[in-house]
Design a protein around this ligand. Sequence first.
Ligand code: SAH
Length: 247
Amino acid sequence: MGLMRTPTLLISALCLAAASLVLHAQERKDEMDGMIAAIAAHAQDAGPAVPGGGIDPAVLQAMRTVPRQEFVPDDVRAQAYEDQPLPIGFGQTISQPFIVALMTDLLDVAPDEKVLEIGTGSGYQAAVLSPLAKEVYSVEIIPELGERATNVLKRFGFANVRTKVADGYYGWPEAAPFDGIVVTAAASQIPPPLVEQLKPGGRMVIPVGGAYFAQQLMLIEKGADGKVTTRQLLPVQFVPFTRAGTK
Ligand code: SAH
């Protein structure tokens, strides 16, 4: 009897575990569907800031491949798929999914392109860029955040993302020039080294303005002739761009 029961118990336990995995996956899928739907609805309301009135389906597909709950601290995991920013520690936040979608859409990355992100934070934006670009470089000024993001990105196989801890004001000169640059902290001015590190034909998306107020998301384009044009897109709220040696 004893011999008979063990396999039965084992099989039941395995079935239960499998069923719970399936349920869990379904729950995640429902949450992800909800997040993607919220982004699409938000894009409809955002007016001319969203080119063509909608987010590129390739961007939404990239977002589906990134488990956002793995990029946020445990205490806010339950909200990971809501369309809102969340605290990630050190006074910083992971951007709202709609803003990540919009910035990624504006960057308009091609599969053979190289992009730079300033403000790694949780690593989420870099992970979203990963399947869309050839190479992603991301710079974070707070060492603890940079290290944590580097580990998460590695653990989930975002192998084409390179990270470093530094003041992103200076970009990443050794890897420049870039087809696209995305800055995820609000600077009072566009850092000139970043404009220099843009390829002709390249695009930069950056929030510009004061700390916590009156910020505008800007799209900077460098023409094939090197001429730079800037466009204000919409009011946004980002954490401030800080400089090494300042608090
Ligand atoms: N893209 C991030 C958003 C993080 S919030 C994500 O997807 O989670 C912005 C980040 O910019 C913060 O982590 C902040 O520490 C960082 N930051 C601010 N000033 C910086 C600078 N000069 N260089 C690099 N990172 C900076």
